[in-house]
Write a protein that binds this ligand. Sequence first.
Ligand code: ATP
Length: 269
Amino acid sequence: MAEPIVAAPERRAASDVAAPIVEVRGVHKIYNGDVVALKDINLSFEEGRLTSLLGPSGCGKTTLLKIIAGLLEPTAGEVMVKGRKITGPGPERAFVFQDFALMPWATVLRNAAFGLELRGVPAKERNETARHYVEEVGLKGFEEKYPHELSGGMRQRVGLARALAVNADVLLMDEPFSAVDEQTRRKFQEDLIRLREVENKTFLFVTHSIEEAVYVSDRIILLSPRPGRVNNVIDLDIRRGDDPEAIRRDPNYLDTVEEIWRGIKQYLD
Ligand SMILES: Nc1ncnc2c1ncn2[C@@H]1O[C@H](COP(=O)(O)OP(=O)(O)OP(=O)(O)O)[C@@H](O)[C@H]1O
């Protein structure tokens, strides 16, 4: 595969000073004694950036995300968050599940406030915070609805509001847009870019879609097929102006999609 695309100097400047908030050191994951899902993964994720994990089905993207979340233990290696070795989930990380993990019997507001409820935050305070994030993800007016009254896309926003409400530094998103139609997905991608700018969180994002990864990310980690290894790290140079649609016409965006596709295609031939 071609050399990584190097970000333009002006885009690099801010991130150069950013410290890694998450470091993955020598991580291996073997399931059931013989399924090698990840092999010697070394990565660092800088604060305030959005990184996508991209690669063919079964290459270990979800496994890596769950290890970083502290939901799965690596067979070898370690994950450091803010300089400390993790031993399980922690308040500085929030996981947005593929299936949103909403409670069907609870309203949007209660679902969004659930992470805070688990932390023992008093009702008034957690509802205020949740209300703010419900609005921020575009669900104002739906606070008292139940998950079954919402579309898949809206349920997903509730999951995101929940993750934002706990004010974690790192948001771990496992294919958050996979279960919605194309239009909703595009809208979400635009919202994610905007959210990222206002929230200044570190996002780690698993996706199958090359276009999506290039559209939303500052950096893409390309994993090779099982056993998953880091195949390439691509820093993107896509100018994100006021018009989100313009990105999809940016020659850099199109070239990068093409380059990554060529890299992945070699595994499929
Ligand atoms: N609990 C498990 N027990 C045994 N093998 C597992 C388990 N979970 C995942 N695997 C295997 O580990 C490999 C990596 O799985 P993982 O779900 O992390 O990949 P992925 O890249 O996220 O896949 P996809 O893109 O299809 O969601 C796969 O071969 C999978 O079959």
